[in-house]
Design a protein around this ligand. Structure first.
Ligand code: 5GP
Ligand code: MG
Ligand code: MG
Length: 183
């Protein structure tokens, strides 16, 4: 490994690129089955979900049009508050559509429960959620997440779309950031 390799900033690799790939393919197969007789619209939440979206959509065999939203969640420090502002709205009209929200990670679930309610108010036929990662906190809130890749411990993770100060999104694995990076 090169001295400049950003992987050096991880204390532990939680999931390798191969393990992520296998999990994404499992999710895609489930989604293919569930939406075999209806048209799905994938809604990605920028920027964290970019990698999940790109790989999930390519692993699917049914039509998978994609649209994107960017939201910012106000909170104190690292905790999200559930107060959300739309930075970039969808291009698509959701009336009568089967919407599948694609996320990288659910922590408190506050951002996502706001987003789900917001999309549900636009007259879609259905709104479901797919997330690659889920933290323990998320299980405490009333939010029904149909597709979950893996449940992870309550640690700050980076890679595969997930950032720390906009870095590490390009790592092909998911890992725990070494404390020396942020201390
Ligand atoms: P929630 O509203 O569920 O608490 O916030 C979820 C958002 O917080 C995610 O979309 C992500 O941007 C950020 N987040 C939560 N946990 C982590 C983590 O472990 N690592 C990184 N990089 N971002 C996280
Ligand atoms: Mg996200
Ligand atoms: Mg972030």
């Amino acid at each position: 490994m090169d001295a400049q390799d950003v992987k050096n900033d991880l204390t532990e690799v939680l999931y390798t690129a191969e393990e992520i790939d296998a999990k994404i393919k499992e999710l895609a197969a489930q989604i293919d089955r569930d939406y075999a007789d209806k048209d799905v619209l994938l809604v990605g939440v920028l920027k964290g979900a970019v990698m999940v979206m790109a790989d999930l959509a390519r692993a699917m065999h049914i039509h998978a049009p994609m649209d994107w939203m960017a939201v910012s969640s106000y909170g104190s420090g690292t905790k999200s508050s559930g107060v959300v502002r739309i930075l970039k709205d969808l291009d698509a009209d959701l009336t009568g559509r089967h919407v599948l929200i694609v996320e990288d990670i659910i922590d408190s679930g506050l951002t996502l429960s706001w987003l789900k309610a917001n999309l549900e108010s636009r007259g879609p036929a259905s709104v479901e959620i797919c997330t690659l990662l889920r933290k323990p906190e998320a299980q405490k809130v009333e939010i029904d997440v149909k597709y979950v890749g893996m449940d992870i411990p309550n640690k700050f993770v980076v890679g595969y779309g997930l950032d720390f100060a906009e870095n590490y999104r390009n790592l092909d694995c998911i890992g725990i950031l070494a404390p020396h990076v942020y201390e």
